[in-house]
Write a protein of this length. Structure first.
Ligand code: CDP
Ligand code: CDP
Length: 226
């Protein structure tokens, strides 16, 4: 691709995708795109407008009519819906608990994955999500599938919450993560699954820097092949 490789990073909730994707993008001077933020943005807007999560047709229409944009920020990205900043709002617990239902609507996925393909078309991008290596960028040069034990992932979410002053019990977070992974892995359209040609990395006992180095090695090997 014109601007570099397409790097797809998929995996279950809190495996560390966005944390390492941002650092990898920075290291290679690539764009970072968090596709989960797009599903979260539509979910936030649907909740705000009081649309029932069962009303697939209305949520599909809302998706068509909603502009989602990103601007790069120190160590990450800011997220906007129709020019209003929602970077923090899309991380709220009610959005987290409703997003898998919205992401299961086929027309929502079709619209958002079309937009993601456009964003990634020239390469030089690290894109993270659930179906990037399987559905959005099936020809990505680098595909990574990040996993970690559910206990470790719940603990990571717990620590993050404490820093934000939120004190949800650990076992509740673990149940929430398990429920979301189940829904994401069992939906009909582009469920969460490892692409055949993805490299799986178990991050349970790895530091962020160790995961970043492993991915950087895979990218450098690809770049040297060319
Ligand atoms: O909370 P976490 O950072 O793990 O999730 P996220 O990446 O923000 O994604 C939120 C939700 O969006 C997921 O649980 C999926 O339901 C959905 N999603 C998806 O279906 N496909 C993607 N490519 C990215 C996210
Ligand atoms: O994007 P995803 O939901 O996969 O995970 P995340 O939002 O990047 O959250 C992962 C959390 O685990 C962050 O608080 C990281 O600091 C921490 N962590 C990690 O990402 N990778 C490790 N190897 C160890 C910890």
């Amino acid at each position: 691709h014109k601007n570099g490789l397409q790097v797809a990073i998929d995996g279950p909730a809190s495996a560390g995708k966005s944390t390492v994707a941002k650092l990898v993008a920075k290291q290679f001077g690539y764009i970072y795109c968090d596709t989960g933020a797009m599903y979260r943005a539509i979910t936030l807007k649907a909740l705000k407008e009081g649309i029932s999560l069962d009303d697939a047709a209305t949520i599909a229409q809302l998706t068509q009519a909603t502009q989602i944009s990103f601007t790069p920020d120190e160590g990450g990205q800011r997220v906007f819906i129709d020019d209003k900043e929602v970077t923090e709002a899309i991380r709220q617990e009610d959005v987290t608990n409703s997003v898998s239902a919205v992401a299961a609507i086929p027309a929502v996925r079709a619209e958002l994955s079309d937009r993601q393909k456009v964003i990634a078309k020239d390469g030089g991008i690290v894109m993270d999500g659930r179906d990037i290596g399987t559905a959005v960028l099936p020809n990505a040069e680098v595909k990574i599938f990040l996993v970690a034990s559910v206990k470790e992932r719940a603990q990571r979410r717990y620590k993050e919450n404490i820093q934000k002053g939120i004190n949800t019990p650990l076992d509740e977070l673990q149940l929430e993560i398990e429920a979301r992974d189940y829904k994401d892995s069992h939906r009909k359209v582009s469920p969460l699954t490892k692409a055949k040609d993805a490299e799986e990395i178990d991050t349970t006992s790895l530091s962020i820097q160790e995961v970043v180095s492993k991915i950087a090695n895979v990218i450098n090997n690809k770049l040297n092949d060319k």
